[in-house]
Design a protein around this ligand. Structure first.
Ligand code: ZN
Length: 535
């Protein structure tokens, strides 16, 4: 039987321990409703201890670089697009409220990293990176609940809690701290393979966590600031309270591992009381954010299926659409069927995929966002099962539609479809659109990767190699990117017929990468190295 591997080791686990959401959010906290109104007395805005934004960012980059290499890092343009639709308004709201430190929009990465993991978790990392587990997306019942979690984490970053923690913890150079934290977890990798030593690893993790946990005041501040950010962004503040309820309920039931930190960190009733007091004072904002409940249900189902690697679980998800007799337009039913199509397509079970997709298309949801999502699902299912027709829909037509659509997810899906099977016109179209997109979004690694694939299919191996190098750079692997750019250059010289414009671009990019590699080397050595002193 086919097996989709699920590596259990997480090199960036330390980062989670720095800022684990349930771990810190679920702590029992004595709080008063007074604190809900005024907030705790903490250092002022932008105070990150001794750590500058640049230093914090470098630690974050180092951790993010490890996450990008993790096999459980999930690059899914559709889920990413959905998350961005919630994240961007939160960020804009934080900015409008003056919650961000000066320069934060340039100095922080503000990138969301999605992880294939069924447990309910989200975590803030140094430098403006945010990790989100598929399990969180799959568990929340509304965009408002998801927004409450992201706003809480955003506030840990914006209030510089992480910088303060790191400053408190170490007199070491910041890069050393990141290396130390990552190294401690890397050391647990070998031991982790041995089940008998799991307790030892757990013990170390716990020790690390106790040193680096957010304080109660920080948690309360993240609740208070996060609530303001979220409601001003147009999300319903009651999402915060229902998220608390959800966690509390989970803590009453036996912990089945889905809420991993629940046992040791129960949610305090005082904190819930704080939130209720806040809700009583705020007018309810409802539905201003424009995310439809139907779209949320589809994306939650998507996260459930993509977060799953066990064949038998995928089979169960593929069959789940069959047993439900609820009205088709009910969001939960739409979600079940959407998940069934995607799970069946991943299993190459064309019969089930076809049947469930036909049901979905027959009962078109009222909502335009959800209807569009169903068309992209059909295209994706065809790509996964290598079919050119499914449930009365045609791959070529959907491909054209995707390549003409404005959103990034459609562009990347259309580019995938351009080479399966290769179609010259679609490849040209995809190549042009990707170039335009990348001129505006040069750090979009998956788009560079898509361009590399498209260029390869077009027989442009030099351009493909350069795009591949840019993809590695965008995922912060500078050395890997430089190596690849050098091979692109060698290839261009070898081919001779490579056009001059392309060659000079490659040359300029190689120099730029060399400069960045050297800069990184010197930053990490704090210019103590003779090579760096020469500057
Ligand atoms: Zn927190």
């Amino acid at each position: 039987m086919r097996k989709i591997s699920v590596p259990r080791w997480r090199p960036w686990l330390a980062a989670v321990l720095l800022a684990g959401w349930p771990a810190t959010w679920l702590q029992a906290q004595p709080a008063t409703t007074e604190a809900a109104r005024t907030g705790p007395a903490l250092p002022g805005l932008g105070d990150g201890g001794d750590m500058t934004l640049g230093e914090e960012r470098r630690i974050g980059d180092q951790i993010a670089r490890s996450i990008y290499r993790d096999p459980d890092y999930l690059e899914d343009p559709l889920l990413d697009g959905y998350l961005q639709g919630i994240w961007r308004p939160l960020l804009a709201s934080a900015q409008a409220r003056g919650e961000l430190p000066p320069d934060a929009d340039q100095r922080y990465a503000w990138r969301l990293l999605l992880l294939r993991d069924p447990s309910v978790n989200a975590f803030a990392l140094p430098g403006g990176y945010l990790g989100v587990h598929t399990g969180l997306l799959a568990t929340v019942t509304s965009a408002d609940e998801l927004a409450s979690v992201l706003a809480h984490e955003l506030s840990h970053v914006s209030q510089r809690h992480i910088a303060r923690l790191l400053t408190q913890q170490s007199r070491q150079a910041p890069w050393m701290l990141a290396a130390m934290v990552l190294g401690a977890v890397a050391a647990s990798k070998a031991r982790n393979a041995d089940i008998g030593n799991a307790a030892i690893v757990g013990g170390q993790a716990l020790a690390l966590q106790n040193q680096l946990n957010f304080s109660r005041d920080m948690e309360r501040e993240a609740d208070r600031v996060g609530f303001g950010v979220m409601t001003e962004a147009g999300f319903d503040g009651r999402g915060f309270a229902s998220m608390f309820d959800k966690l509390q309920q989970a803590s009453r039931l036996n912990d089945d591992g889905a809420f991993p930190y629940l046992r040791s960190h129960p949610l305090g009733t005082e904190r819930i009381a704080d939130m209720r007091a806040r809700l009583a004072l705020e007018p309810v904002a409802q539905g201003r954010h424009g995310v439809s409940p139907a779209l949320h249900a589809l994306m939650a189902a998507r996260a459930r299926v993509l977060g799953e690697s066990r064949i038998e679980r995928l089979q169960a998800l593929a069959q789940a659409g069959r047993t439900n007799a609820a009205p088709l337009r009910d969001p939960a039913t739409l979600g079940l069927r959407y998940g069934a199509v995607l799970a069946a397509a991943r299993l190459r079970d064309a019969g089930t995929a076809q049947e469930q997709l036909s049901h979905l298309l027959a009962g078109q949801p009222d909502d335009a966002q959800a209807r569009q999502a169903l068309r992209w699902l059909a295209l994706e299912a065809m790509l996964l099962m290598q079919r050119e027709r499914l449930a009365g829909l045609d791959l070529a037509r959907l491909r054209t539609e995707a390549l003409a659509a404005p959103e990034r997810a459609a562009l990347l899906l259309g580019a995938r479809a351009a080479s399966a099977p290769p179609d010259a016109r679609a490849l040209d179209n995809a190549s042009q659109r990707l170039q335009t997109w990348l001129a505006l979004h040069p750090n979009d690694a998956p788009a560079w990767q898509a361009l590399a694939t498209v260029a390869q299919q077009q027989g442009q191996s030099v351009r493909a190699a350069r795009a591949g190098a840019e993809a590695q750079r965008a995922q912060l692997d500078l050395n890997g990117a430089l190596d690849r750019m050098k091979s692109a250059q060698a290839l261009a010289r070898q081919q001779r017929d490579g056009d001059h414009a392309e060659l000079s671009i490659i040359d300029a990019r190689r120099r730029e990468l060399e400069r960045l590699v050297r800069e990184q080397y010197c930053e990490e050595r704090e210019r103590r190295d003779p090579v760096c002193k020469a500057d």
